[in-house]
Design a protein around this ligand. Sequence first.
Ligand code: ATP
Ligand code: MG
Length: 334
Amino acid sequence: MRRIFSGIQPSGNLTLGNYLGAIRNWALLQREKSYECIFCVVDQHAITVPQDPAELRRATREVAAGMIAGGVDPDDCILFNQSYVPEHAMLAWVFNCVARVGWLGRMTQFKEKAGKDRDNATVGLFVYPNLMAADILAYKGTHVPVGDDQKQHLELTRDIAQAFNSMFGVDFFPLPEPQIFGTATRVMSLRDGTKKMSKSDPSDMSRINMTDDADAIAQKIRKAKTDPEPLPSELAGLDERPEARNLVGIYAALADQTPEQVLAEFGGRGFGDFKKAMAEVSVSVLAPIGEEMRRLSNDPATIDAILHKGGERARELASPIVKEVYDIVGFLRP
Ligand code: ATP
Ligand code: MG
């Protein structure tokens, strides 16, 4: 059986990166009907950095709304929030005792998020990839559609699955495959073309939020960092121009074109023209999604009912799998 698991943290405003790198692809895969889909608002991951409790609850509902507005159909998948299903944390503990400190120490996300003051980072931030492995493997997930930034964590999930199987001499966990596709697998910050666009970035100008209105989108694109040269006509002309490459990639993804097609149209022209066209295409894609998100956000009872139903179904799947893991490990069930 092919089973998809993927998640988003309620750690801020959903961004265009989350949409292009994750949600949009989930909706496409779901419509293919060749996978069983499990999508999760990973609130336990969010608290690896400090969160305000009321804001965390609000953001949890908003991320669910963003997934639905972005095309995920909750009647045809399991949509829930992680903390509702204790099996994730139960399995993560076992993986804390399988994964090695050295493996986690190589994770670039930890290095980036912990920054210079590493001793002050939470232990949760360090073991984040073990919980992510548990999220996927509690369902024996086989496919994981994510943005390129999660590739390293996915490799670690595979290492953990393999290490567990060989530690206990079983063929229990599958090795999940990353699914990284589309023309915007890593959307970069509007302020720095070498940094990933993130919902947790302190600068709101660094990202386009899925709920931004037309004015905000136009202003952020107008102020996006660029260089003084006109756009090149060939792809190779974007080498060493990370900001230009990022904007072209975003435009291509939103307009359903290849970057080559975008450059065929805009090559030789300045950023003024291009940014105007980019704002237009961004608004045309995001405005209806943002509107639907706002509508859903005004109806928290509906979102809660969807998450409750999804959480119950998720537990039904995860509970027997994690019970079996506990038996394999040797935990007594008196
Ligand atoms: P945070 O800053 O809190 O880590 P985030 O924006 O990185 O937030 P996540 O919840 O960590 O979002 O990731 C959710 C999904 O969105 C993942 O599949 C991730 O790969 C994808 N994603 C996040 N940022 C980008 C991006 N800039 N480009 C493409 N995909 C992205
Ligand atoms: Mg992230």
